[in-house]
Design a protein around this ligand. Structure first.
Ligand code: GCU
Length: 618
């Protein structure tokens, strides 16, 4: 006997059959793609949040692997509810954070457990925190960085979503927190996506997770969420900028003080909570690598006080020169990945930073290129203290989908978050908008808009990018049309490694289409630390050192070369470097091995920097 049931009833019956039919298997209901996250309040970036009193949420978090995004479902597999059944309950719930293992935050998950080394996908974090929220206060969850996409729930309420693995952001939790025990659940998905920034392929390891500090920040109802202060370029005798007070009545009094310099300014907010600031700044010690003087800055508005440690300096170009505090400067640098020395994985503590920047100092360096994404704020804070100038970059890397408006929006968001976090760092002088991108019309249009955006967001700094060069080892051309939009031209070349012999550089002629300062943002070659042989034996320390000698000779012949950041300070993990016995999953172009062993080329570059033998201030 055939039974005709209406379609909807049939489908429901079938799904129920599927649910109960396959004990233990994930059921048809769950197989449907979880709905896109509902619209949630945008994230924000609280300026100088690391200078505020915060409740750190670093430490052990429970975790659940979720390659199928199963937990994004609801009910028995809605992990965001963070449900724990009372003893004896017969309710069907198919997860328990309390019974799940733990992992450290901050930290990529890959290097914390062998079983997670190659894991890319969905990953749930959970912990509880005791809170006593007060009236007249607002609470934000601060995320130092989460690679790559994230959703956050507090007490089951979705607070925010975010995309981008290397910038910090803040999610408002005021309405979700309660007195007593609070549940914080975070879903991070490290899956690479074609329309991502970066896109699918990179020459660095896709470490996933909550890779930087996580904390709770409590501020008064109206508080200083943003400010910008810089030394005016024209006279270098005034500090100017603005303060923005979130939730302020118009006419709210704002003051800015530099007690050590006896400088004071005040004003009242306009209808948008903003007040312009200008104060005479005579007698200031200007920040520079030689004198990395930081001033204690105190900002007050309504019931809120925010402090910061800031240096004041000007940076600009004049023809082919880069001027720091009005004087020509040469940038002796090196490129760095946020790879932790000795243990590998993402840099996330002061010791990692001290080791890496300590090697830069040992090289005689005054400059670092933080590649290819914004690094931990610890790095730029330390650079401020140590007097190391910084090139900071967003991961618009190789073949990003330049013809997509939403990809542009993602890159712009990352630029905004990066600038908002590090605009108060005197060490940061260059915002790099891209690395090694194909020379085509959609790319040039995309990045020309990025350069304009950065100039708007931060008119007090310089815009650059690492460009590809044309030609062969005899003649090289720096004429990428994107150069028009840049203040400083970065260029990458690998003569002696990907093309020609190291000696070929002795005869290379450079044809430069721009009357602008040049920085060689990458050159170099691989070497296995401890592998020795003749200068022409690839992968030996001798080959790499020889390559550096010829490169330094060649580059020094370029009159407008104002800086260098050879590739790369330390060997770093990469999924595209698998030569057994040599690379073993690491890019070996470091001057130092991942275990801290200095290679011969380290000494070659150190000598060049000590003797001021690479690049010219003027
Ligand atoms: C490229 C790229 C780097 C890469 C390097 C290399 O230029 O920008 O990310 O690691 O070359 O090939 O080693």
């Amino acid at each position: 006997m055939k039974v005709f049931l209406p379609k909807a009833v049939a489908v429901a019956a079938l799904s129920l059959l599927a649910c109960f039919g396959f004990a233990g298997g994930w059921c048809a209901l769950d197989a449907q793609q979880p709905a896109a996250a509902p619209a949630v309040p945008p994230t924000t970036v609280l300026v100088a949040v690391d200078q505020r009193q915060t409740l750190s949420l670093n430490g052990d978090w429970h975790y659940i692997l979720d390659p199928y995004q199963n937990g994004l479902g609801s009910g028995r597999s809605g992990y965001s509810a963070d449900e724990e059944l009372p003893a004896g309950s017969n309710k069907l719930v198919e997860y328990s954070f309390a019974k799940s293992p733990t992992i450290k935050v901050p930290g990529d998950w890959n290097t914390q457990k062998e079983s997670l080394m190659n894991y890319e996908g969905g990953f749930w974090y959970e912990r509880h925190v005791q809170l006593q929220p007060q009236a007249g206060q607002r609470t934000f969850l601060h995320i130092g960085a989460a690679n790559y996409r994230l959703r956050v729930w507090v007490n089951g309420q979705l607070l925010c979503t975010h995309e981008g693995g290397f910038t910090s952001f803040d999610c408002e939790a005021t309405k979700a927190v309660k007195a007593g025990e609070n549940s914080v659940v975070i879903f991070v998905d490290s899956t690479r996506i074609a329309d991502g920034v970066p896109t699918l392929k990179t020459d660095w390891y896709n470490y996933g997770g909550l890779t930087r500090d996580v904390s709770l920040v409590t501020v008064p109802t109206s508080f200083i969420d943003d400010f910008e202060l810089h030394l005016d370029r024209a006279t270098r005798s005034a500090i100017e900028g603005y303060v923005h007070v979130e939730g302020a009545q118009a006419g709210t009094r704002v003051s800015v003080d530099l007690p050590d310099a006896k400088l004071h300014a005040e004003g009242t907010t306009d209808a948008n909570g903003r007040v312009a600031i200008r104060m005479a700044a005579t007698g200031l010690t200007l920040w520079s690598p030689e004198t990395p003087k930081l001033y204690h800055v105190v900002l007050k508005a309504a019931d809120d006080t925010l402090t910061d440690e800031m240096g004041f300096r000007t940076i600009e170009t004049s023809g082919t020169k880069i001027l720091l505090n009005g004087k020509p400067i040469v940038l002796h640098g090196v490129s760095i990945h946020a790879e932790a020395p000795f243990r590998s994985g993402r840099v996330n503590n002061d010791q990692d930073v001290a080791t890496l920047l300590g090697w830069v100092k040992e090289l005689g360096g005054n400059f670092v290129r933080l590649a290819h994404y914004p690094h931990d704020q610890r790095m730029t804070r330390a650079a401020d203290k140590l007097g190391i100038l910084v090139w900071s970059e967003v991961p618009v890397y190789w073949a990003v989908q330049f013809d997509k408006e939403d990809v542009f929006a993602k890159s712009q968001q990352q630029l905004h978050e990066e600038i908002r976090r590090d605009r108060d760092k005197a060490s940061v002088i260059l915002w790099s908008i891209a690395n090694e991108t194909p020379n085509n019309a959609s790319r040039t249009a995309f990045l020309t808009r990025s350069a304009e955006f950065v100039h708007q967001e931060d008119p007090a700094r310089l815009v650059t990018a690492a460009l590809l060069v044309r030609g062969d080892v005899k003649t090289k051309y720096i004429d990428d049309p994107l150069g028009k939009a840049l203040d400083v031209i970065g260029f990458n070349e690998y003569i002696g490694w990907y093309e020609g012999t190291p000696e070929a550089a002795d005869a290379t002629e450079w044809k430069i289409a721009y009357d602008k300062p040049l920085i060689v943002s990458e050159f170099g070659g691989g070497a296995k630390a401890g592998l020795h042989g003749t200068d022409d034996q690839r992968w030996t320390e001798e080959y790499q050192a020889n390559l550096y000698r010829h490169q330094i000779g060649m580059l020094n012949k370029i009159p407008q070369l104002r800086g260098a950041t050879p590739w790369v300070l330390m060997d770093f993990r990469s999924p595209v470097r698998e030569l057994p016995g040599i690379q073993d999953g690491f890019n070996r172009k470091g001057l130092v091995s991942d275990q801290g062993k200095k290679k011969a080329a380290f000494g070659v570059l150190q000598k060049a920097y000590k003797e001021n033998g690479l690049g010219h201030a003027e």
